[in-house]
Design a binder for this molecule. Structure first.
Ligand code: SUG
Length: 445
């Protein structure tokens, strides 16, 4: 059956800030204590969504989570009224306050892993929310993420939802950022490609030394089981530990795939030859087209600095593919030169489009981080809550909403301002009316 790739982009929440919370993510660490601009961040994301929707790509939006996460602050021992909880956290544990205020749910590539119905044993689309337990501020995302996904993909005839994996490092799961699906056609059975950073239950296995590996092989295997994937349609690979130590904290910072194309850096994977041949052999109805970017053309450092691989690779209706890159790719000489050459090479990528996503990029999130891909056939698409599909009216409404509720400057000191709580909750309350997703947030229950 004909199917589409629908991109669900995270709407940047009103408390977007730079708190240096992600050790191993070089941008997050480098921009600690800079002021952010939440209004600009949300608008940059909306412009990307609207532009892609206007070009005929299927585009939808996922709302941000409730921030501050008061339940989290209460869980770690702050008591009293909401205002007291916040002021005690500001005094005693400013980093926990920053975690409670993080707008990190904007990076919806980490929201969940999604398997299309063509790949699963019961013929439904399967979702597993990511436990994100490598980072405190992200580990608290999944309960409400699950609730939002269940509200948007509601019909159990089409959609199956699994709770996040056990919250221990051995099951560290970062969602779709480490998962890619190859196929001849979206509606045909595909190969689901899981890339992990370490094997938890193998003390002798290679792992990074400097920065943490967030995804384990055990987590990837659990998801393949939960989703009912056939072994013949699954490939596992390890990300090279040296890349993690260079700041590649997710596989989507070093590779991107779509349909039969894998666009990747020479140093991305352990045992590349085995992985490519297994992918090619398991891919039905097409030959794998692996586009390797050599270290000589783009160093690992420039790949991380520009976020070249945190791109979206989108299939157009005319048969070509567009690579959606962050604007930074045009600012790094080696990467810009490579992109010009790429267009002349023998591969399906024949268009490049750059977006200004600087606000998100300064926390380590490019175009690919900002979207969760969900492959849906026509019947499944019709069952999705239609109020989240991007169109002219929604774009306009969300821009007005951002203008009405967002600040254009937020520093770490501002997180102690009790007014920010009220601003954030009233914005989110109105958002749930716009998207008709009432009562998904804890404060509405
Ligand atoms: O988990 N940054 C996110 C960026 C996630 C990018 N996603 C993908 N690669 N798919 C992270 O490291 C920084 C927050 C701060 O420091 O304020 C942060 O959470």
């Amino acid at each position: 059956m004909h199917a589409y790739e629908v991109n669900f982009d995270g709407l940047v929440g009103p408390t977007h800030n730079y708190a240096g919370l992600s050790y191993g993510n070089v941008a997050s660490q480098a921009n600690l204590k800079q002021s952010s601009n939440p209004k600009e961040a949300a608008k940059q994301g909306l412009r990307k969504m609207k532009s892609l929707a206007d070009q005929g790509f299927q585009q939808a939006v996922l709302p941000p989570l409730q921030r501050p996460d008061l339940n989290f602050l209460r869980q770690i021992g702050f008591t009293g009224s909401d205002a007291q909880v916040l002021s005690k956290a500001a005094r005693q544990a400013p980093q926990m306050l920053a975690a409670a205020y993080s707008a990190s749910s904007m990076w919806t590539a980490n929201a969940a892993t999604v398997s299309p119905s063509a790949d699963t044993a019961d013929g439904r689309v399967h979702f597993t929310a990511a436990n994100l337990n490598a980072k405190v501020h992200r580990s608290v995302e999944h309960p409400v993420t699950s609730r939002i996904l269940a509200a948007i993909f509601e019909d159990p005839e089409f959609f199956a939802h699994h709770q996040a994996l056990p919250a221990v490092s051995q099951f560290g799961d970062e969602g779709a950022a480490n998962h890619t699906r190859f196929c001849a056609d979206y509606g045909a059975p595909g190969v689901e490609f899981f890339v992990y950073g370490k094997v938890a239950f193998d003390a002798g296995a290679a792992k990074p030394h400097r920065y943490p590996a967030r995804q384990t092989k055990e987590a990837s295997e659990a998801i393949a089981r939960l989703h009912g994937l056939d072994e013949g349609g699954v490939v596992y690979a390890q990300q090279r530990p040296e890349t993690i130590d260079s700041g590649v904290f997710h596989n989507d910072v070093i590779a991107v795939g779509n349909r039969e194309v894998l666009f990747y850096h020479e140093r991305a994977l352990v045992d590349t030859e085995r992985v490519l041949s297994e992918l090619d052999q398991k891919l039905q109805g097409a030959d794998l087209k692996a586009v390797m970017v050599p270290e000589q053309a783009v160093s690992l450092e420039d790949a991380v600095g520009s976020y070249l691989f945190n791109s979206q690779l989108l299939s157009r209706s005319d048969g070509g593919m567009t690579l959606v890159v962050p604007g930074e790719c045009r600012e790094v000489a080696s990467v810009s030169a490579y992109l010009d050459q790429l267009l002349g090479m023998d591969n399906p990528i024949d268009r490049i489009e750059a977006f200004d996503l600087k606000q998100s990029m300064k926390n380590g999130g490019g175009p690919a981080c900002l979207r969760l891909r969900v492959v849906l056939n026509a019947a499944e698409l019709a069952a999705v809550k239609s109020t989240v599909i991007m169109d002219d009216a929604l774009f306009e409404r969300l821009n007005h909403w951002v203008d009405a509720h967002y600040r254009d400057r937020l520093s770490q000191n501002d997180l102690a301002d009790p007014q920010l709580l009220q601003e954030s909750l009233s914005a989110l309350d109105e958002l749930t009316h716009i998207l008709q997703l009432d009562s998904v947030y804890p404060f509405q229950r």
